[in-house]
Design a protein around this ligand. Structure first.
Ligand SMILES: C[S@@+](CC[C@H](N)C(=O)[O-])C[C@H]1O[C@@H](n2cnc3c(N)ncnc32)[C@H](O)[C@@H]1O
Length: 284
């Protein structure tokens, strides 16, 4: 696999950051047990009815969204490279009483080893695509685990928004072909910075002054590159959308919060695509 050693460095960075992120979220088990959901309307609409379907949530982090999907009646498997995230997800499943299967694995290893054609849906969201070091292998793996007629559903931050630094200056190339971009400061405590927006169960102070000692490596892919690898597997793109706001994440200093824990550009400033989504269907 391309850049396995960088994935392993990412694992350490995510382990540390996930601990900090969860320190800000109040009684997550009670929230889910009481019928709470961490999902946004956009992914619910894209997924449609998932009751009774077999769904894998790739890069599921600490499992809050996976358990929210399971609560809708899906048979959910969550996969993530982070030990801390998967340990937390298993405990959250136990404590909330919502059943799901969680696997700690590099997404590439899991896709290579999973039973072919065994899932109705593959889902990933919000900060998933930028950790993939080889798009072709990933797309072949996604198509491979879907049963004929099954769907890949993804909603993520728009790759164009990744060209800006936090002050909204153009700082990074759009066409990077997956070339690794290293952040010495590692995965940050964006949950602590987002306040209520990323803590639907309630925000608590938690860990303050978080510093991540582990660097992290991202891989920038353009929108057309993602669509191309999916099309190349033989899947049909059924839906693709762009959104002028981002759910839960204040990507730049000058974004303002609007209804529904969304962040957008201030009134009077030109809008930008901040998220996008794709639904692709495996043919017979
Ligand atoms: C921003 S989080 C995604 C959060 C997710 N949308 C959720 O439901 O909470 C990105 C996740 O990707 C995981 N990840 C990064 N590289 C990975 C890899 N090679 N294999 C599996 N998971 C990976 C990280 O551990 C992290 O949990």
């Amino acid at each position: 696999m391309r850049h396995r050693h960088l994935h392993e460095e990412n694992r350490k960075s995510w382990n540390t950051a996930t601990r900090a992120h969860n320190s800000h979220k109040k009684d997550q088990a009670g929230f889910l047990r009481g019928g709470g959901s961490t999902l946004f309307p956009e992914e619910l609409e894209l997924l449609g009815s998932i009751e009774g379907s077999k769904l894998v949530h790739l890069q599921c982090n600490a499992g809050q969204d996976s358990l929210s999907l399971a609560a809708l009646g899906a048979d959910v498997t969550g996969v993530d490279i982070s030990d801390e995230a998967i340990d937390f997800a298993r405990k959250l499943s136990n404590d909330s009483g919502i059943a799901a299967n969680f696997v700690r694995a590099d997404v590439y290893d899991w896709l290579a080893e999973a039973d072919p054609q065994s899932f109705d849906a593959v889902f990933c969201s919000y900060g998933a695509l930028c950790w993939l070091s080889d798009l072709e292998v990933w797309a072949q793996g996604v198509a491979g685990v879907l049963r004929p007629g099954g769907r890949f559903v993804c909603i993520d931050f728009h790759p164009f928004s990744m060209v800006f630094d936090e002050h909204f200056e153009i700082a990074y190339p759009y066409f990077a072909g997956g070339h690794p971009l290293t952040w010495d400061g590692g995965v940050g405590d964006y949950v602590g910075m987002a306040g209520d927006a990323l803590a639907p169960s309630g925000f608590v102070e938690g860990e303050d002054k978080f510093q991540n000692p582990y660097p992290v490596h991202e891989f920038q892919w353009g929108a057309a590159e993602v669509l191309r690898v999916l099309i190349d597997t033989g899947m049909t793109i059924e839906v693709t959308r762009e959104y002028p706001y981002s759910n839960g994440a204040k990507l730049f200093e000058d974004l303002v919060e609007i209804e529904g824990h969304r962040f957008t550009r201030p009134e009077g400033k030109p809008n930008l695509p901040l998220m996008w989504s794709v639904v692709a269907r495996r043919q017979k």
